[in-house]
Design a protein around this ligand. Structure first.
Ligand code: HEM
Length: 124
């Protein structure tokens, strides 16, 4: 239906759980990215990214209830994000998006957004 959110179209919470889980499996062993994450355990980071993406794409607004306004530029300011970090982030995310095996139009829509967002967070 026309009113269906992107969140519904990709299959709801399960798709976002799979996406971020696969993404952090990559981050966990990445020598460039892993040191940026302040917490020993990546579970919290995985949860925050998942809740944010779910909210962004029209699912439950738990992210906002728990974290407030996303302010992503500000929240990334403590981390040095140059082009190498951005490209590593996008490489793991590309793999994660592919793993969902979404229809091409949905996959392209998600990927276009993630690329745009990653480019906007480069701060070094
Ligand atoms: C948090 C790195 C791009 C969304 C974080 C954290 C790091 C990080 C180190 C802290 C982890 C934590 O929450 O404990 C990066 C790097 C990026 C990048 C290197 C490369 C460009 C993005 C993009 C998005 C995003 C493109 C959104 C589409 C988030 C969110 C949080 C977060 C929602 C948690 C914010 C909060 O509520 O505290 N990121 N990030 N990040 N990142 Fe990124």
């Amino acid at each position: 239906a026309e009113s269906m959110s992107f969140y519904d179209a990709v299959g709801g919470s399960e798709a976002f759980e799979r996406l971020v889980h696969r993404f952090y499996q990559g981050v966990k062993d990445d020598p460039l990215l892993r040191p940026l994450y302040p917490e020993e355990d990546l579970t919290g980071a995985e949860e925050r990214l998942r809740m944010f993406l779910v909210q962004y794409w029209g699912g439950p607004t738990t992210y906002g209830e728990q974290r407030g306004h996303p302010r992503l530029r500000m929240r990334h300011a403590p981390f040095v994000i140059g082009e190498p970090e951005r490209d590593a982030w996008l490489r793991h995310m590309r793999d994660a998006v592919d793993s969902l095996e979404l229809p091409d139009d949905l996959s392209a829509k998600l990927w276009t957004y993630l690329q745009y967002a990653a480019h906007s967070l480069v701060n070094a």
